[in-house]
Design a protein around this ligand. Structure first.
Ligand code: SF4
Length: 486
């Protein structure tokens, strides 16, 4: 008995039927039958069996377009489309929530899919009423609203992983990476809502656009499964993650995860890899992740580009100008997490920077005792509003300040690294050759920070995380050794 109660309504506008879909369709709806029927485009004997997904689509043409997009994505990923509940490994129900009668029809469709198949992914307009749906059908796999194609696909991937097909899967699941196999960058958002006067990134990349948490987490999981041991979380503004989405939840492994830095860090911390946070703007929300670092969930490492310490320069840069408060916060963070490594970048010679401003910066640096610091001499960037500021600093003054800054930080770094001598620390190995191994500690991001040298150590391989005892230090690097073999 076909599900569709009005088979006579079926119309198939020429050229609009998605290839390989054998579904009963009336204007604005796609429905399924209870028993299997051969579907065009089903797997051939020479290819691996493709997983099959069914779809029931209710509602208006906009909902139908959503269903078509989902179908297109499913087919592009090698899923077959099942016209029957019996032949489907999971069923997507795209609901309508416009009128009470439409809601009732949506609930009826979900109920039928649960009864006939049991593995149901709900999406569409009625998805906004998750509680109503879950009250009646607590076991639906996921509930999302309209246009949330990516979340629907995430739910499909979780319920029915795509089959590996060597004909179509030329790209590994984790994507093609330019980094070594054991670490990878994980981009959580694009763009930036700030307007720092020296920067043109917002005009190039636009305002903040965060990726849904589930999307980031599934990518992170694929990377870890492919052998990545260290995830480097990047964005233009990591602590603003999710602001643009209203911290919206998305379904990850059957439970909702908010697009919020704390929630994301907590989930990433459960994947079993090192997690390192880059480009963190010093919002109050940063305080919330410090306990996760103290617990060892994520690396005690924060890359916060402070840029300067003088309130006047920070104001001209259009950056937050509360550096005294920041010192107190750093102190508080270190009380919770004594091993916290802070990395930052600064600009010297910004227009209007006086010798007094620069001295404020040096004093602040001395007090903050940051671990890793980069410093740039200000250069005007075409299109930046800072170009219009008065008080350009002569090149030789910029150079002289840069040298003083670097010399001051070198002493701080040397002093801090000397405190590590005698400790046993975790080291991730990057390279091994006949002369030994080169690795990094929790305080060293690849390419930009220091190294831990294991001279003569050839028993390790890139990606290994080992315990090593620190024996020497200099201004930027450590030398360590593995315990002797018995
Ligand atoms: S410097 Fe960073 S925070 Fe400021 S506008 Fe550029 S990207 Fe945004």
């Amino acid at each position: 008995m076909p599900y569709c109660p009005r088979p006579k309504d079926v119309r198939r506008p020429a050229g609009r039927e998605p290839a390989g879909v054998a579904l009963t369709r009336s204007p604005g709806t796609l429905r399924m039958t209870k028993t299997a029927a051969p579907a065009p485009g089903s797997a051939t004997a020479s290819k691996p069996a493709a997983p099959k997904i069914g779809i029931v689509s209710l509602g208006c043409p906009k909902a139908l377009v959503d269903s078509e997009r989902i179908l297109t994505k499913l087919r592009a990923e090698g899923y077959e489309l099942s016209p029957s509940y019996e032949g489907a490994e999971a069923v997507i129900v795209n609901t309508c929530g416009f009128l009470d009668s439409a809601k009732a029809e949506s609930l009826e469709a979900i109920g039928e899919a649960m009864k006939e198949n049991g593995r149901v992914i709900v999406t569409g307009c009625m998805g906004g009423e998750e509680q109503t749906i879950r009250e009646q059908f607590p076991n639906v796999l996921s509930v999302t609203g309209p246009h949330q194609y990516e979340q629907v696909m995430d739910a499909v991937h979780e319920a029915v992983p795509p089959a590996h097909d060597p004909y179509t899967h030329l790209v590994p699941a984790e994507g093609i990476k330019l980094t070594p196999r054991h670490y990878a960058y994980l981009k959580i958002s694009e763009g930036c809502n700030h307007r720092c006067s020296f920067c043109i990134i917002p005009s190039i990349r636009g305002d903040l656009a965060s990726r849904p948490a589930a999307k980031v987490l599934y990518e992170a999981e694929r990377l870890v499964q492919a052998g990545v041991q260290e995830l480097l979380v990047i964005s233009q503004d990591t602590s603003a993650y999710g602001v643009d989405l209203g911290y919206e939840e998305s379904p990850y492994k059957g439970r909702p995860v908010k697009a919020r830095m704390l929630d994301l860090c907590r989930e990433l911390g459960d994947l079993g890899a090192w997690v390192r946070l880059h480009y963190v703007y010093p919002y109050p929300s940063v305080d919330e992740v410090i306990p996760l670092m103290a617990e060892g969930k994520i690396l005690p490492y924060l890359d916060i580009p402070f840029q300067h310490a003088s309130p006047d320069v920070l104001r001209a840069m259009k950056r937050p100008a509360h550096q005294e408060k920041t010192l107190d916060r750093i102190k508080g963070w270190r009380e919770i997490c004594p091993d916290l490594a802070l990395r930052s970048t600064f600009i010297v010679g910004f227009p209007g920077e006086t010798e007094r401003d620069f001295q404020v910066l040096l004093d602040w640096l001395e007090e903050a005792e940051l671990d890793r610091v980069g410093c740039f001499k200000y250069e005007p960037v075409e299109g930046a509003t800072a170009n219009a500021l008065a008080g350009a600093v002569p090149e030789e003054v910029k150079q002289e300040r840069w040298e003083r800054f670097m010399a001051a930080q070198q002493k701080i770094s040397e002093r801090k690294l000397a405190r590590q001598v005698g400790r046993t620390i975790e080291v991730i190995i990057d390279e091994v050759d006949d002369e030994g191994a080169i690795g990094r500690s929790w305080a060293d991001a690849p390419e930009i920070d220091g190294n831990v040298f294991l001279n003569g150590e050839t028993r390790v391989a890139p990606g290994d995380i080992v315990q090593a005892k620190v024996e020497f230090s200099d201004e930027y690097d450590l030398w360590a050794a593995l315990p002797d073999e018995d």
